[in-house]
Design a protein around this ligand. Structure first.
Ligand SMILES: [Zn+2]
Length: 441
């Protein structure tokens, strides 16, 4: 849909975090009778509706009261080929990979199957209010291309890459370093910076990548401007022991990636549940971000994320759903799970609703180097947002009948809202998703 040329003024309560609440206690901004002025796909104003209306009387108002406007959610860790293994509970990481994830990832060799899953995957993102995602593609180049095409067709911001591995998985998932270089280079030429797409160099994890493969990753990053990098780090104790066995020269897990220049700004390391203090200091100094995936960490029994240690060391953290080790596409649920696990973690942080919103939005934009484009409603940013409106007979609708502070309202949204509350999602002002339930508003 083409945005209205003269702009629109959307009227609804709105929330955003234009600053980092881990550093600034006033980071959460909310307007109970809010206005979001959109022009040519960008935010032209955000604040109190009456104030914006007085300054821009010529712009038509779209009355969305009864629901809420939030910046579009940003998922910093998710695997496209694992959609159909969601719900595989009861295993730990390496066992889950062997029995659940990798057999399904091997099916991505069938291109028509991969195209089908790519469409389902993109629908999963938009229908949960996710407008930007950093995605592990498939081990196969055509399947990874299918993901890019589906993301492009849907109008989403997708950063993704072919998953690279040359050992210890299943033979059909391995590439030689030469083939990995050739196929990745072609995908970069075809998709990097095409519309809203970006390419991310994606070695699966140190266990499944030889030094020659990590060298290929370094070469690709050196040969092209603006690429992202993503991989896994310190997810599970057994995995960490395996990395120590395979790279005896490395002082710790992060040192493997550092040797090849891969821990850098625009790098996103998934999990980091078991870091050493030295690794945290080096992540902060190198500028890499961590994708915290609390549903996955609990589902696979990986451990409790040491958020306070990350924040104290100055490591940037954002949220990832880690489909399919996680439990679904919802970043509201992921935020709630982050809150819950910090409540029970030794030395856990007490997270407020503003922290959860920041982790699900602007923190992700910062991790992906996109904070000049998306993540909050500051003027000039892309109009990427989700309109939430709970079904009339839902517990959330009942809770919201009570008089409450904006922070309590946002906390209730994190606790109770799921995909059923996502009514409309836009990227650059254009609708990318509208719920079938939208008629009963
Ligand atoms: Zn993962």
């Amino acid at each position: 849909m083409i945005p209205a040329p003269g702009g629109e003024l959307l009227r609804a309560p709105l929330f955003h975090t234009p600053r980092n609440p881990f550093r600034d206690s006033s980071a959460l901004e909310s307007y109970p009778d809010g206005g979001l002025l959109i022009r040519e796909g960008r935010v032209a104003g955000c604040g109190d509706y009456g104030t914006l209306r007085a300054v821009h009387p010529e712009v038509p108002t779209v009355d969305l009261r009864g629901g809420f406007l939030l910046p579009g959610f940003i998922d910093t860790h998710i695997h496209f080929p694992q959609l159909r293994v969601l719900g595989g509970l009861g295993r730990s990481l390496l066992d889950w990979l062997d029995h659940c994830a990798l057999p399904e990832e091997a099916r991505m060799a069938d291109h028509s199957y991969a195209c089908r899953v790519a469409r389902e995957f993109v629908h999963g993102l938009v229908s949960h209010g996710t407008t930007t995602a950093l995605v592990f593609g498939a081990h196969f180049a055509p399947a990874t291309a299918a993901l890019f095409e589906a993301g492009d067709a849907a109008g989403l911001r997708i950063a993704a890459g072919q998953v690279l591995s040359d050992r210890l998985l299943r033979p059909e998932l391995h590439q030689t370093p030469e083939r990995a270089y050739r196929e990745s280079s072609l995908l970069i030429q075809r998709f990097h910076q095409r519309g809203r797409l970006m390419y991310a160099v994606t070695p699966r994890f140190a266990v499944s990548t030889s030094e020659a493969m990590l060298e290929v990753c370094q070469t690709l990053l050196n040969e092209h401007d603006g690429l992202l990098f993503q991989t896994h780090l310190n997810e599970n104790l057994q995995e960490i022991a395996e990395v120590a066995r395979l790279f005896p020269w490395a002082s710790d897990y992060l040192a493997v990636y550092e040797r090849f220049g891969l821990s850098r700004p625009s790098a996103v390391m998934a999990h980091d549940v078991h870091p050493t203090d030295s690794e945290l200091d080096r992540l902060a100094a190198g500028g890499a971000a961590v994708a915290h995936c609390p549903c996955s960490n609990a589902a696979l029994g990986s451990g409790l994320f040491p958020m306070r240690r990350h924040v104290s060391a100055g490591v940037r953290c954002a949220l990832g759903t880690d489909v399919g080790g996680g439990t679904g596409f919802g970043l509201l649920k992921e935020g709630l799970q982050a809150y819950l696990l910090q409540r029970i973690a030794p030395d856990g942080m007490l997270l407020g609703a503003g922290h959860l919103l920041y982790l699900a939005t602007l923190a992700g934009a910062e991790a992906l180097g996109l904070s000049d484009k998306t993540g909050d409603f500051r003027a000039g940013k892309s109009a990427d947002f989700v309109y939430l409106r709970p079904p009339a007979d839902s517990p959330l609708a009942a809770v919201l009948e009570r008089e409450q502070s904006p922070e309590q309202v946002l906390a209730a949204i994190f606790a109770l809202a799921g995909a059923e509350s996502v009514r409309e999602v836009r990227v650059e002002g254009s609708i990318v998703y509208r719920s079938a339930a939208v008629e009963d508003q």
